[in-house]
Design a protein around this ligand. Structure first.
Ligand code: ADP
Ligand code: MG
Length: 728
């Protein structure tokens, strides 16, 4: 029996893994494994605790004495929870999370030891992480990179190890991770957004971005995963014929969750809740075997950490259920791919959501200020947003008539479109009359009611306003939320700076504050109209329309990443201090390299699959047909043989054609790879992979999928879509 049937049998015979009984009151154990402020308060003297909370909010590093006190509290707590090790937990630029565990225990003489962990170990470490990507920022012979504690994100325990969220930076100070620029972008945004808020409300002294991500994923039985080299090594299927029944019946979305999956969800939700990750929603997604989870939104830095953490936890829990989780953006052709919807807004210390309309014209002017500045920011950097979400995996998804296209645009709904038009019409470059003002105020005052009635929610837009937040839907399901959040925070910060300056200048010309604000907003509306699109983003007409508007439509990652190298991008990040030019270029190189590696691995795996799995099976079947033909010739009279053999001969020939096409393409693909591999420059290499190697993946797949429907099912070596895609 070939691997495939073993896998099918094992998947069918799968024994239900009983769900552990958890208390139904989640609040009884929520955050149990987190060193939260709550716990810290229990473990520390009251004045020390207060000092710590205050210094966490300040940008300066925490004082050494305080750090010792926190470390000792952390150690006591962690050991009481059974932890034996601690680790700095960080997010290097390879997209995964990194950890290097050290035991608390330290020998302090022959045969004796103590548990040790102090402020120095908490605050800074020097992991020998020389093999993590640095984009040339760090030579391996001086492999020093530092991890430094991020006190704003709480430490937690996984697998009896205390994990301390940290940033990861080179010896020379450059960021080697996602978190460092995230924190910097949050800080600059806070500074300027607070200043802008103060024009309206003096009580606001802190603004922070909030992120609520929605995570889509696929599950497959682990037996299928391990009997398909493409799934094991690339996280996606490189071949496989679409099943006769896929998602066309539209019966999976929001359908009842399969037993087995539900058991998995309960287990990982329990784990997530213990870790203080506020996961709230779970449901089936559009494609078979596709699901989604979403938490309650949090401060962006913590939300990003939680998303990374949740992905790790889900992988672990899935394995316990004999499942493998696929975070790839397009694991199966012909059914929907997976994204990560990043819901983004801004919150204040006063508990206000700045993207939520208020109840008075005055608070609505504050809302409109942030709303319009956000749109203006996006209108200036559509290319950078596209670059932020670019990856080999996401290229399969963007523009594939199921996900937002590669063209960045903003949807705001017809009512808000109306409001913007109104402002454009009514606000004049002269002093408004009292009547004009009253009328405008009246209309602005109506916004909240209008929005709460608003049910139109364009699902095809990459960036949609959904009542009190923007939903950035183009992010890939496997991506770290960092890059897209860095861009949103930074472009908004830069835009708000311009806004404040322009309003200030106008006020110096003796224009009243409200009028100055309205006039500047009016100008922004006019200038960013081209980024607003309310229609169907999947349609061919939009592609044409976007081209007319001059909006970039960049299909492939290497081209999209060029935006990181543009003068405009450098200026943005340098002006705001979020990334230096060196850091930016390192990121550009790393992302190019990653792209090349993905295509390289996919191409190798597909070559092996074709040669070792597909062609041998096809030949075997072809030989059966040839044998049969020979038998027919011996048995049948000449005239009958002629009549009955033509279909057989046709199939034999077809198989030959596909085999030849595959063999020929694999050979060509290998030589294309050879040419690409000697290229040193990361961008040129990525482009060569994209243009010269990439197309063979589709071409070879086409012929393999044709063979799949020709060859005897009994001989086909790889689990088929119809077998993998319908978990019960
Ligand atoms: P839906 O969009 O499915 O109707 P919700 O509006 O409740 O559902 O929210 C969807 C996602 O948006 C959730 O992950 C939620 O946490 C997030 N979200 C809601 N409000 C905000 C906000 N102010 N900032 C960031 N994310 C938010
Ligand atoms: Mg959504």
């Amino acid at each position: 029996m070939n691997n495939r049937f073993n896998a099918v049998k094992s998947a069918i015979d799968h024994k239900e893994i009983p769900v552990s009984k958890y208390p139904s009151r989640v609040s009884e154990y929520y955050g149990e494994d987190v060193f939260s402020h709550h716990i810290m308060r229990d473990y520390l003297p009251r004045d020390v605790f207060r000092e710590i909370i205050e210094s966490i909010d300040r940008p300066e590093p925490i004082d050494r004495k305080l750090a010792d006190l926190i470390a000792s509290a952390m150690k006591a707590w962690a050991i009481s929870k059974g932890a034996t090790h601690y680790t700095h937990w960080f997010q290097p630029l390879n997209g995964a999370t990194a950890e290097k565990h050290d035991a608390f225990f330290t020998p302090d003489g022959p045969g004796s030891s103590i548990e040790q962990f102090d402020g120095t170990q908490l605050v800074q470490q020097e992991p020998d992480a020389s093999s993590l990507p640095s984009g040339g920022l760090r030579n391996t012979f001086e492999a020093r990179g530092y991890s430094a504690w991020d006190p704003s994100s709480p430490s937690f325990i996984i697998d009896r190890t205390l994990c301390i969220p940290t940033v990861f930076i080179a010896y020379t100070g450059e960021a080697l991770d996602y978190k460092t620029p995230v924190i910097k972008s949050i800080t600059v945004l806070d500074e300027i957004a607070t200043e802008v808020c103060q024009m309206f409300d003096r009580n606001i002294n802190k603004v922070f971005p909030t992120l609520g991500w929605e995570q889509e994923y696929f599950l497959v039985d682990k037996h299928f995963y391990y009997s398909r080299p493409d799934l094991t090594l690339c996280g996606r299927t490189l071949c496989g014929h679409t099943p006769a029944r896929g998602q066309q019946m539209e019966d999976h979305y929001f359908g009842s969750i399969p037993q087995r999956v539900s058991a998995f969800m309960k287990d990982f939700e329990h784990a997530a809740w213990r870790l203080g990750i506020p996961v709230k929603t779970r449901h089936n997604e559009v494609a078979p075997n596709q699901f989604e989870l979403a938490p309650v939104y949090e401060e962006a830095n913590i939300a990003i950490d939680h998303n990374q953490l949740v992905m790790v936890v889900m992988e672990k829990v899935a394995l316990k259920h004999d499942l493998r989780i696929l975070f790839h953006e397009k694991p199966f052709a012909g059914v929907n791919g997976s994204g990560k919807h990043n819901n983004y807004s801004l919150a204040t210390n006063t508990g206000k959501n700045l993207l939520s309309p208020g109840h008075t014209p005055k608070t609505n002017l504050l809302f409109l200020t942030f709303f319009i500045n956000f749109i203006k920011a996006v209108s200036e950097y559509p290319g950078l947003l596209r670059a932020a979400i670019a990856s080999a995996g996401n290229d399969h998804r963007l523009g594939a008539n199921e996900a937002p296209p590669a063209i960045m645009s903003v949807f705001i709904g017809s009512q808000l479109t109306g409001i913007l038009e109104e402002i454009e019409k009514k606000v004049k470059n002269r002093k408004m009359t009292a009547d004009e003002k009253t009328e405008l105020k009246l209309n602005i005052g109506k916004i909240p009611r209008i929005i709460f009635d608003n049910t139109d929610r364009n699902r095809t837009s990459p960036l949609a306003f959904t009542g009190n937040k923007f939903e950035f839907r183009a992010v890939g399901s496997s991506a770290n939320c960092g890059p897209s959040m860095i861009v949103l925070n930074t472009i908004l910060a830069r835009q708000l700076r311009r806004f404040k300056q322009e309003v200030g200048e106008m006020m110096e010309g003796k224009v009243s504050k409200d009028e100055a604000i309205l006039r500047i907003l009016r100008k922004y509306i006019e200038k960013s109209r081209h980024i607003l699109f309310e229609g169907n983003n999947y349609g061919e007409e939009w592609v044409k329309e976007a081209e007319k508007r001059g909006l970039p439509n960049i299909k492939k990652t290497p081209a999209a990443l060029e935006e990181y190298k543009s003068g405009k991008t450098a200026e943005l990040f340098i002006e705001t201090g979020v990334l230096t030019k060196k850091e930016l270029l390192a990121r550009y190189d790393i992302r190019m390299e990653q792209y090349s590696k993905v295509i390289q691995i996919e191409s190798r795996v597909l070559g092996d699959l074709a040669g070792n799995h597909i062609i041998p099976a096809a030949i075997k079947y072809q030989n059966i047909l040839i044998e049969n033909l020979r038998g027919l010739r011996e048995t049948l009279p000449e005239s009958l043989f002629k009549e009955h053999s033509s279909q057989q001969i046709h199939t034999i020939t077809k198989i030959s054609e596909h085999i030849s096409a595959i063999k020929d393409s694999v050979a060509k693909m290998i030589s294309a790879r050879k040419e690409a591999n000697v290229i040193e420059d990361p961008a040129r290499k990525a482009n060569t992979y994209s243009e010269s190697v990439g197309p063979y993946l589709d071409f070879i797949r086409y012929h393999i999928d044709k063979l799949e429907i020709l060859v005897d099912d009994q001989l086909w070596p790889l689990p088929k879509y119809r077998e993998m895609l319908f978990i019960k």
